[in-house]
Structure formats: structure tokens, C-alpha cells
Write a protein that binds this ligand. Structure first.
Ligand code: DLL
Length: 436
């Protein structure tokens, strides 16, 4: 099913015309309303009048996560706060989150693109969708929620966690769609028997999985485990949240809703645009967003673009399943984590050294985190009780700063190997089976 045939099957020329019109409008809006962009453009000698079509996008400055941090919390907003109806946030590189704001129109557009994603997966108003993405500042829960309501689905806003309850409601309420991270879907699948359920008790037939990288092999595993069709939903809070792109039954890349989010691929080192088919950093310009419109936001996600028409009939550009990132951001149980956030917490506490190693692994398909941190030579402890108290304290501080539980192990000074080049801070033992 195609939700918005006019847009999703638009000719490439008409789409370019629409994008050009919206880009010109966007550049005027940010130049006039966001001092950050006016300064950037002035520095580069670019005026809104230099932008005549979507091809001129290459004249515009890039935006990075650090720009959001430097303008924390609301300085990149392009409308007065009275017009902002919702705020979301995601992890920043240090202690502060990156905040985004939405106007009523932004929320309407978000619902629209999300409904397109769900329709792509074959979901209709007959479906009962269990939204097991987290609700709150994270965009996953509320984003999928509003899109599903917009399409007339019955929404179960259960949020993440509590496996027993997830399975109980799935069975009792007859959920036909499960929306969560792919790793949580695997975990739930494994937990069925343990909680006294079998697939016969469940009506689930479609999975809407995203918020973290996953492979084609994982799709096959999930489809087999649950007896469902599994779809990939991509997005990021800076651009909108879930619903920037989604794959159709052809599973040959994710259709980007390019009337709202214009994608480019750039070389990770030179930042020069790359041709379709070449892998690089995925960059988006939010053509229609009002609250926090962004020019050429570099997601640091690695992908390629394909503008050929898809067998499903859609003409929208497709991005390849994300293959990795060009920075050190980790995604742990759907939560973004920069190692620098850990460092920030340790330095702020000042009770250990700043030498640490983060071990990431999987247990029952769920990510686990262990932090080994070296004691400070001037603050060595004699009793196990003192050690325990300090590691609990670090654990709590990390939990409140990053929203993840971390096992903390204190180790003797100078026991973590020093590196001669770039410090190795993370050992990620999770294995991603490559795409076939
Ligand atoms: O993860 C939004 C979202 C929620 C997407 C629910 C899909 C479903 P952030 O917390 O800002 O937003 O994290 C964005 O997560 O830059 C990617 O690195 C990663 N990511 C999101 N979706 C996918 C996906 C949400 N389908 C960051 N495949 C992005 C691979 C994904 N990585």
C-alpha cells in the first residue's frame, strides 16, 4: 500500500522542482531567523539569493552535532518558543543532550512520513501496533505512536522494557505489529517459551525495527523466529526522529521521504559530495522543518544512495541499510552513547583516574556494558567496602547521566594498557553478521 502516491511516486523532475522550491524557502528562513546560520553563510560569502535550485545545496554550510551542543538548548530554533509545541532530546557528545523542537506543522509532517513508513510495511487501520520504543525525550515511542494513530491503527503505548508484560499484552490484546529495536525483538522472541507462550498465542505479523544498525541476516532470523515480515525504519532526532526512511517489501534499500529530508552522501574525510552508489557519510537537509531546520546535517551514518525506480513503484531515492558510523558513537539497547560521555562523568566525579575501558557485549540478545576504570593513585582504598561504595557511586552517576546501567569494576592504577596512538577506549564484542 502506498500512503501518498502523489509524492512517493512523483517523477524525478517534479520532485527536484519541489525540493528546489522548498530549499529556497528554507535558506531564507534560516538566514533570517537563526543567527548561527546567518554567520556561517556570511563567513562563506553565500546569500539566500545565491540559491536557485536544489543543485545549489553544495554551496551551503554543513551542520554537525557539535553545532547543536554549542547552541544548547534552543539557539538553533527558527521560531519563537510560543510556536514550539514539543521538545525531544538525544545524547550529545558530553554531558549535554542535543535538543530539538517541533512546531504543530512539524508534528503534522512527522505523522505523515511515519504513516508512509507504516503503509510501506503493509500496515493498515486494521492493525494493532505495540509500540515498544521508549516514550519520553527519545523520539522513538511518541514518533511511531502519532504516525500509527494518524493511520487509524490501534496503538498500545507500552514503551520499552518489562518483557513479561510485553508478551502478556501482545497475547491478550492481539498485537499484529511489533515496533521496537531489532535486538529487543530478538530478546522478546527468545523469551516467549520461558514465559509460557508460543507463537500460536501471538498474532504479530509485521515488525517495524530500527534505532540501531542491524543486518539482512538479522532480518531473516527475526522473520523466522516470529513468523513475521520485518522492516527497517531509520531516523534521528536532529532530523525528525523515526520516519526519515523505511524499507518496502522489496528490501532493496530504505525509501527516504525526500520531499522533507534531502539526502546527500559525502566523503568522510574531504566532505565532498559523492556520486550515487558510493559509500560515505549521510547528510540531510530538512526542507520543510520549522522548529529547528538544519542545513546539510552530517549524521555520521555510513550509507549509499540509489535513485532508480523501485519495483514497488516508488520513485523516491533509497538509502542502503546503514553499514556503520564514521565516529565513535555506540548504540546500546537503542540508546546512543559516546565514550566521551563516560569520560565526562568520571572527570566530573574526580575520584578515579580518567583511564578506562568500556566492554560492550551481548547477553540473551541484549547489550551489556562493563566499565573498567583505574583507581587514582592518590585515592587508593583499603577496604572492599570502600571499593564497593565507590563503584556504586560511579554506577549511579553513569546511570543518571546516560540512562544505561553499567557494571563498574575498579582496577589498580596503570593496569589498563596505554596506547601509543589513539587511545582504545571501547572493546565491542557484539558480533554483527555481515549482510549477505
Ligand atoms: O534512534 C530515532 C529512531 C527511533 C529511529 C525509532 C528508528 C526507530 P536517535 O536517538 O537520535 O534517533 O539516534 C539516531 O540511531 O544516526 C543511527 O546511527 C541510528 N539509527 C537509527 N535508526 C537506524 C536504523 C533514533 N534503522 C541514530 N539502522 C542514527 C541503523 C539506525 N541505525
Amino acid at each position: 500500500m502506498i500512503w501518498n502516491e502523489k509524492i512517493e511516486c512523483m517523477s524525478r523532475e517534479d520532485m527536484r522542482a519541489l525540493q528546489s522550491k522548498n530549499l529556497i524557502d528554507l535558506v531564507n528562513r534560516v538566514y533570517n531567523n537563526v543567527p548561527f546560520y546567518r554567520h556561517r553563510m556570511d563567513e562563506m560569502g553565500v546569500k539566500p539569493s545565491d540559491i536557485h535550485s536544489i543543485d545549489d545545496i553544495v554551496k551551503l554550510p554543513f551542520t554537525y552535532k557539535t553545532d547543536l551542543r554549542d547552541n544548547y538548548p534552543f539557539d538553533l530554533f527558527a521560531v519563537p518558543m510560543k510556536d514550539i509545541v514539543r521538545v525531544h532530546a538525544s545524547s550529545g557528545t558530553t554531558g549535554k543532550p542535543t535538543t530539538v523542537g517541533y512546531t504543530l506543522n512539524d508534528i503534522e509532517n512527522w505523522k505523515e512520513v511515519l504513516s508512509r513508513c507504516l503503509a510501506m510495511a503493509g500496515i493498515t487501520s486494521e492493525d494493532v501496533i505495540q509500540v515498544s520504543y521508549g516514550y519520553g525525550l527519545f523520539t522513538g515511542g511518541l514518533g511511531v505512536h502519532y504516525g500509527a494513530e494518524n493511520m487509524g491503527c490501534t496503538v498500545i503505548p507500552i514503551s520499552g522494557g518489562n518483557t513479561r508484560r510485553q508478551l502478556q499484552l501482545m497475547s491478550d490484546f492481539g498485537s499484529t505489529v511489533l515496533a521496537c529495536t531489532p535486538s529487543y525483538a530478538l530478546h522478546l522472541g527468545d523469551a516467549l517459551a520461558e514465559h509460557g507462550y508460543s507463537l500460536e498465542d501471538m498474532k504479530v505479523k509485521i515488525g517495524i525495527f530500527g534505532a540501531e544498525p542491524w543486518t539482512e541476516n538479522m532480518r531473516l532470523e527475526l522473520e523466522k523466529k516470529w513468523g513475521i515480515k520485518a522492516f527497517d525504519i531509520y531516523g534521528l532526532s536532529e532530523i525528525m526522529g523515526p520516519g526519515v526512511a523505511n524499507d518496502c517489501p522489496a528490501h532493496t534499500g530504505l525509501h527516504v521521504h525526500e520531499d522533507h529530508f534531502y539526502p546527500e552522501i559525502v566523503d568522510a574525510d574531504t566532505k565532498q559530495p559523492l556520486a550515487d552508489g558510493m559509500e560515505g557519510e549521510l547528510v540531510f537537509t530538512t526542507l520543510t522543518k520549522e522548529g529547528i531546520p538544519l542545513l546539510r546535517y552530517n549524521t555520521r551514518d555510513l550509507s549509499t544512495l540509489n535513485r532508480e525506480k523501485c519495483t514497488c513503484g516508488r520513485t523516491s531515492v533509497r538509502m542502503k541499510k546503514i553499514t556503520g558510523r564514521s565516529d565513535d558513537m555506540l548504540i546500546i539497547r537503542g540508546v546512543n552513547l559516546f565514550p566521551s560521555q563516560i569520560e565526562h562523568v568520571l572527570l566530573e566525579m574526580g575520584e578515579t583516574s580518567a583511564h578506562y575501558l568500556l566492554y560492550v557485549d551481548k547477553e540473551n540478545n541484549l547489550d551489556t556494558l562493563e566499565l573498567q576504570v583505574e583507581m587514582d593513585e592518590s585515592n587508593l582504598m583499603d577496604t572492599i567496602r570502600d571499593l564497593q561504595m565507590l563503584s556504586n557511586k560511579i554506577q549511579h552517576a553513569l546511570n543518571s547521566a546516560i540512562g544505561l546501567s553499567v557494571k563498574v569494576t575498579l582496577v589498580e592504577p596503570k593496569t589498563i594498557a596505554r596506547s601509543e596512538g589513539k587511545a582504545v577506549r571501547v572493546i565491542d564484542k557484539r558480533k554483527m553478521t555481515p549482510n549477505p
